[in-house]
Design a protein around this ligand. Sequence first.
Ligand SMILES: C[S@@+](CC[C@H](N)C(=O)[O-])C[C@H]1O[C@@H](n2cnc3c(N)ncnc32)[C@H](O)[C@@H]1O
Length: 190
Amino acid sequence: MPRIALVDLAQHWLCPKLKAGDAVIDATVGNGFDTLFLAKCVAPGGQVFGFDIQAQALENAKAKIPGDLVASLYWRQNCHSAMSEHLPVSLHGRIKAVMFNLGYLPGADKTIITRPCSTLSALKQAVELISLNGAITVVAYPGHAGGGNECATVAEFCRNLNPLQFRLAIIDSISATPTAPKLFQIEKIA
Ligand SMILES: C[S@@+](CC[C@H](N)C(=O)[O-])C[C@H]1O[C@@H](n2cnc3c(N)ncnc32)[C@H](O)[C@@H]1O
């Protein structure tokens, strides 16, 4: 059986939940693979809000987006912990998906990483911003310095969600070692 990377599994899980015209968030744009995926899912007529603190990430991502999808993208060089204030109030409670892929920008400065405190703040906002049947994915990497703490913070946040309101799955990498990445899938069911 072929192995599937958790970043691909996150997209695979979200894909059938999204349709043309939806509004979604990429909370960690990075090199833009998730942004491109989201833009394709919600075209035509959708909106993708992409957050990253690094200009280089946004530039890398912009270069991946074909011309017909550019108009659906709203880039924010900002911390994802500011996501609520950067979103039109009319979309609060109407976001269909939020993707987080934590850690550092591959190929760039590995000391610029997501941090537990701002990740937690962004997650708290994300669960409020999503609609009924809206979904959140988080790929977390316990293997790098600080990553274990951040992964534990995400796990604790998820486990404290009201099970009557949110369905949660935590998926381990096939190696299931303590440093292997984890995928968190959150769905608002009520
Ligand atoms: C693993 S990369 C994301 C990969 C991306 N999803 C993709 O498909 O290419 C993590 C990104 O998070 C960004 N980042 C770090 N701290 C952040 C924060 N507080 N808010 C938003 N983005 C942040 C980093 O700059 C980096 O580009």
